[in-house]
Write a protein that binds this ligand. Structure first.
Ligand SMILES: *Cc1c(COP(=O)(O)O)cnc(C)c1O
Length: 416
């Protein structure tokens, strides 16, 4: 016998507020004051951005990284310094932030979308392979929502075709794949510290340069700073090639130092809560949990399950509404449509009044291009995961999902 749904007048599952907490404290204040006392907020003159990167490198076990003003900037810097140029094709995910796409188009290269695994929500070597042409130069692998993509076959494919691999780790801090951190596996790893990410500097980003080449590091560093080469006391200002200014300031670096010291705790909590949620809902008919890539650790920027309407007698939107009525935060879907359905792609217009660079390519951006991605966006329900939640919050989420699913499955329909 099931309890009546809250949306039909029954009592709610969740009666206590979700756990909350403060992301910034005395540690950030101390670092910010020190930054200001330097009497400069310029990264090249001060110590804070340098220290932020030193700490990040130590945490990630990498030699080289470059700070940027955003995650979008980090991705553009990787794309630009890798030499991606006019008319090149870059394969990426149809379920991602605009930031994965922007740098491709600023380099006048062509975004190409590969389909996703229906349950991990990431591209696979097979879906990428189907999109490779003689013009393909790079792959931007988005590790969505803290979940690693299956990188070994992707790297093998990339090496086979001589492609650059850029990892978009904006949603995937301390995400492991076969015991190795994502962001250290491809040629570049790009991170965001915008205010919604695992850690925040207000805005900001990081690019890891994984080739271990000092020359690659210098080119990447310069691409984030107008192609000026600032190393030690030498400044090289010759305008050789176009590059933007995506510099991080000392204020962001200062906050970043303090935020990094909380990152392990944040990711451990999120990982634990997301995995607990999976174990609590994985046996429910009609519910498919957020599948972590095998041999992976997911640090859940959010949690997204999908429903099977053939098993449940409700639509995805009905399920989400009923779950919300139970007091469980959730939203129907993620982005409304795959990226290629956005007007910029449908009209093939990135620059006002021009079809460049789309007119260099005959790639079509039509509905049906990535069926699994389209299916995910129509059937997914996203629930937030936060490090400040309590164990009870997670148990309530499980109870809420179980209650709603029971109502809309065979057993639930017995309730009158
Ligand atoms: C947030 C995000 C970005 C862009 O980061 P910004 O700092 O907002 O520019 C890029 N890719 C993904 C997957 C993101 O989630």
């Amino acid at each position: 016998m099931n309890e009546q749904l809250a949306i039909l007048g029954g009592s709610k599952i969740k009666t206590t507020p979700y756990g909350t907490g403060r992301r910034f404290g005395e540690e950030e204040v101390k670092e910010l004051v020190e930054a200001l006392e330097q009497n400069t907020l310029f990264y090249h003159s001060g110590r804070k951005v340098k220290q932020f990167l030193e700490r990040f490198n130590a945490l990630y076990g990498v030699t080289y990284s470059v700070a940027t003003s955003s995650g979008t900037g980090a991705l553009h810097v990787a794309i630009g310094s890798a030499g991606i140029s006019v008319g090149d094709e870059v394969i990426t995910s149809p379920i991602t932030d605009a930031g994965s796409i922007i740098g491709i188009l600023y380099q006048n290269a062509i975004p190409v979308f590969a389909d996703l695994d229906p349950h991990t929500y990431n591209m696979t070597a097979e879906t990428i392979r189907a999109r490779i042409t003689p013009k393909t130069k790079a792959i931007i692998v988005v590790h969505l929502a803290g979940n690693p993509a299956d990188m070994d076959p992707i790297m093998e494919l990339a090496r086979e075709h001589g492609l650059i691999v850029i990892e978009d780790c904006a949603q995937s801090y301390l995400t492991y794949y076969k015991g190795r951190l994502v962001g250290t596996l491809g040629d570049y790893g790009c991170f965001s510290t915008n205010d919604y990410k695992h850690i925040s500097t207000g805005d900001g980003g990081i690019v890891t340069v994984n080739s271990q080449s000092e020359e690659d590091n210098q080119r990447t560093h310069a691409f984030a700073d107008k192609n000026y080469g600032r190393f030690g006391n030498l400044v090289q200002r010759e305008m050789r090639l176009l590059a933007p200014n995506y510099r991080m300031t000392e204020l962001q670096g200062a906050v970043g130092i303090a935020q990094l010291s909380k990152l392990i705790w944040i990711c451990d909590k999120r990982s634990h809560y997301g995995d607990r949620l999976t174990s609590g809902i994985k046996d429910i008919p009609g519910i498919i949990p957020h599948e972590v890539t095998s041999d992976g650790r997911c640090t859940y920027w959010f949690y997204m399950f999908t429903i099977e309407p053939s098993v449940l007698s409700c639509s995805r939107d009905d399920f989400a509404e009923a779950l919300q009525a139970e007091g469980i935060d959730c939203s129907a879907g993620y982005i409304p449509q795959p990226v290629y359905m956005q007007p910029m792609f449908q009209k093939r217009e990135a620059y006002t009044g021009s079809h460049f660079p789309f007119d260099l390519s005959d790639i079509a951006y039509a509905e049906g291009l990535c069926p699994a991605a389209e299916h995910i966006l129509k059937h997914a329900i996203r629930v937030p995961i936060n490090e400040f939640y309590s164990e009870q919050d997670i148990e309530d989420m499980i109870a809420g999902i179980r209650k709603v699913a029971a109502h809309y499955s065979g057993s639930g329909s017995e309730v009158v």
